[in-house]
Design a protein around this ligand. Structure first.
Ligand code: THU
Length: 131
């Protein structure tokens, strides 16, 4: 991993501590980085309805977009799993719409990491260019 990737993973790892996951107990942290190096973080927030749960990735990206950010160069996702936890299908879609073919760093808190492009995780995406 590069220093920039390690820095973003470290922010996602710290965000994960603030996960609200009393139902699944599955804690996830995410961090997104803008081209100018600003970082926004998120953690999964669960609902007693289960279905209204928001994943860490969407919390992070929606925080950033609601603060006015419109471009992203890197996303990190941290969960304590092996194999590493990738974004769910819904998050892949949202990440594609706001980040395009962004770099995705998956990591766990034990030092495992892997780097992908979003197009590897979401081939043949649907987006506004088709509307
Ligand atoms: N979750 C995330 O936050 N991100 C992922 O990439 C996978 C799943 C959350 C949703 C839910 O709170 C818990 O993990 C179990 O699915």
């Amino acid at each position: 991993m590069t220093a920039a990737q390690r820095r973003l993973v470290s922010r996602a790892r710290r965000a994960r501590v603030r996960s609200f996951a009393p139902f699944s107990k599955f804690r996830v942290g995410a961090a997104v980085e803008t081209p100018r190096g600003r970082i926004y973080t998120g953690a999964n927030i669960e609902s007693a309805t289960y279905g209204l749960t928001l994943c860490a990735e969407r919390v992070a990206i929606f925080k950033a977009v609601s603060e006015g950010e419109r471009a992203f160069k890197r996303v990190a996702v941290v969960a304590d799993t092996r194999p590493l936890t990738p974004p769910c299908g819904a998050c892949r879609q949202i990440l594609w719409e706001f980040c395009g073919d962004v770099e995705i760093v998956l990591a766990n808190p034990r030092g495992r990491a892997a780097v992908y492009r979003l197009s590897e995780l979401l081939p043949h995406p649907f987006d506004a260019s088709l509307l």
